[in-house]
Design a protein around this ligand. Structure first.
Ligand SMILES: Cc1cc2nc3c(=O)[nH]c(=O)nc-3n(C[C@H](O)[C@H](O)[C@H](O)COP(=O)(O)OP(=O)(O)OC[C@H]3O[C@@H](n4cnc5c(N)ncnc54)[C@H](O)[C@@H]3O)c2cc1C
Length: 305
């Protein structure tokens, strides 16, 4: 029996709230709208079922990958042979109690920021335009406009590589610029608790609107992308380096350096993931040649090309 058939059988027998999709086109799960088929994509319906699934695949030594909303991912055009586990809408409960907001990993961080605003809680305004999940935002320590997850996170509930549910405090998570402990230890983020502060609802609303307008003005939000492709190298602005290398608007296949924001690559309609990765490599080579600066990708590249 094929390994992934074994996973399907296990789910059919044991996990009533979990759904799976064979040969699932990953372009449906990435904001770049590119990427070939995953042999099997599973969306767990409960934390307990995810725990059972992880125990099973570990015991059977079946490799897997975790994804959230696919807003920081490039998936190869030949797709993914590992089991893909999507922490999505089925695990997206969000609860506000006093100044604490607890959200499951599949909740959209934008929805969590809006829930905070609705309860006159300040601290998450910066996240009002980040199109990822809570899990992805914690994993990446996402940030914008002088705010980052690290500023407001209190603790996370994770499923460790040995299959245990553990609460980890913020101080243990090694959160830094677009980095976290989870990028190293393979913990799956299940839930995050944010500690916010009472604020003025109108002021929070105004700040969120302002930031939305700034994004709309400066970012190519009308075309598929994964936001900033590269991390900011110390002492430089990525967009300026790319612009100074004369690459604004430069195109390979359907992938283009956004004429609006040189730090973004956009899918102009028919881009493949290979077009995007080839463009990334070209930008890295040019910027290195001209300015001696190594650009490291912020987006994560997975699957087969
Ligand atoms: C238009 C646009 C604007 C953006 N603006 C910003 C911005 O201002 N600031 C910013 O920081 N980012 C920004 N991003 C990038 C992206 O939204 C963030 O990196 C986001 O946090 C990724 O979340 P995700 O759920 O989409 O993760 P995915 O892209 O699905 O996954 C990213 C990584 O996180 C891991 N992961 C996801 N969920 C879990 C989990 N539950 N447990 C363990 N690992 C997990 C995956 O394995 C993968 O390695 C932008 C993207 C777009 C498209």
């Amino acid at each position: 029996m094929q390994v992934l058939d074994k996973v399907r059988n296990f789910i059919d027998k044991n996990l009533t709230a979990t759904v799976y999709y064979p040969h699932e086109e990953m372009k449906k799960h990435t904001t770049f709208k590119t990427g070939g088929p995953a042999d099997l994509l599973v969306e767990p319906g409960r934390i307990t079922e995810l725990q059972q699934l992880i125990q099973y695949v570990r015991q059977e030594k079946i490799p897997y990958l975790i994804i959230g909303r696919g807003s920081n991912l490039i998936v190869g055009d030949k797709g993914i042979r590992e089991l893909v586990i999507k922490i999505g809408k089925k695990l997206s409960r969000c609860e506000v109690k006093g100044e604490e907001v607890t959200a499951e990993a599949g909740a959209a961080i934008i929805d969590v920021a809006q829930a905070a605003q609705a309860h006159a809680l300040t601290g998450l305004e910066f996240a009002g335009g980040i199109p990822g999940s809570v899990g992805g935002a914690v994993f990446m320590n996402a940030g914008a406009y002088d705010g980052e997850i690290k500023d407001v996170l209190e603790e996370v509930l994770v499923l460790t590589v040995s299959g245990e549910l553990t609460v980890r405090k913020k101080e243990e998570l090694a959160l830094g610029y677009r980095t976290s402990l989870m990028q190293k230890n393979g913990d799956i983020i299940l839930q995050a608790k944010f500690k916010l502060q009472k604020g003025d609802q109108a002021a929070i609303d105004l700040r969120m609107r302002e930031l939305k307008q700034r994004r709309e003005k400066s970012q190519p939000l009308d075309l598929p992308s994964a936001g900033s492709v590269f991390k900011r190298p110390p002492g430089y602005y990525t967009g300026k380096l790319i612009q100074d290398a004369n690459l604004k608007g430069y195109q390979i296949g359907g992938a283009q350096v956004s004429p609006k924001h040189a730090g973004f690559i956009v899918n102009t309609g028919k881009a493949t993931s290979s077009d995007i990765v080839n463009l990334i490599r070209h930008i890295q080579a040019e910027v290195k040649k001209l300015f001696g600066v190594e650009l490291e990708t912020e987006v994560r590249i997975i699957g087969e090309f």
